[in-house]
Design a protein around this ligand. Structure first.
Ligand SMILES: *Cc1c(COP(=O)(O)O)cnc(C)c1O
Length: 219
């Protein structure tokens, strides 16, 4: 697969779903990919990328940002409060707001620096022990809490359990977003982004299908 193939598949999925072309943003997930592959995708004109670790992103993106203008970097992995300030400087969106302590820290920093990235609340739709995110029954209250802190909540994000039908999780996420009046839906990865688009994804996070298999293990 290539960037071109993926954008063509996204356009087709949008049209099949009766959605306007261009209504889904492609986040090219570049975590642990060699710089040459990332540079190649930048040279093809793509500007929106996702990273799951603040440290790794801080190590590689400032150089790319000097060479290429208009880079739109999204944090899609867990955020520790002690890295929140750095994350706010580097990323234009954070997809992993998942607990009150982090929400309060982001709100305080946003006041201090006068701006805030777009935020997504991560929902643990599969209620998996090891996975980040608020559980679905706590989502409405947490969304309200974030809004009370004046945080710019754009939408919701989920990573379905690997062994379950992702569509059920995408539909659940869409339902929670709808009843809370949220537009953004960050859902869908290499193996299921077309299903996510059918269920209303506004942001798909696609890594290996664009860049190839990740060469180094994560973490
Ligand atoms: C790695 C990652 C992706 C991309 O996964 P692929 O299967 O390579 O497309 C998407 N979302 C999150 C949160 C990730 O950590």
């Amino acid at each position: 697969m290539s960037l071109h193939d993926i954008t063509a598949r996204i356009a087709k999925a949008e049209s099949t779903a009766g959605r306007p072309e261009g209504s889904t943003k492609l986040i090219a997930v570049s975590k642990v990919q060699p710089n040459e592959r990332v540079q190649d995708v930048l040279e093809q004109g793509h500007r929106c990328f996702g990273e799951n670790r603040v440290q790794e992103a801080a190590g590689k993106w400032p150089d790319f940002m000097e060479k290429f203008s208009g880079i739109d970097l999204h944090l899609i992995g867990p955020l520790q409060t002690n890295k929140a300030r750095q994350a706010m400087e580097l990323f234009s969106a954070i997809h992993s707001v998942d607990r009150p302590k982090l929400a309060k820290t982001l709100a305080r920093l946003a006041q201090e620096v006068g701006h805030c990235p777009e935020l997504f609340i991560q929902v643990n739709t599969g209620e998996e022990e090891q996975k980040a995110g608020v559980i679905p029954s706590d989502a409405d209250a947490f969304i309200a809490e974030c809004r009370a802190l004046d945080l710019p909540i754009q939408g919701l994000m989920a990573i379905p359990p690997i062994d379950e039908e992702p569509s059920l999780h995408f539909a659940l996420l869409a339902k929670i977003a709808e009843r809370n009046g949220l537009q953004g839906l960050s859902m869908g990865m290499s193996s299921d982004f077309e299903q996510a688009i059918a269920l209303g994804a506004t942001h798909v996070r696609v890594g290996s299908a664009i860049f190839g298999e990740r060469v180094k293990p994560e973490g």
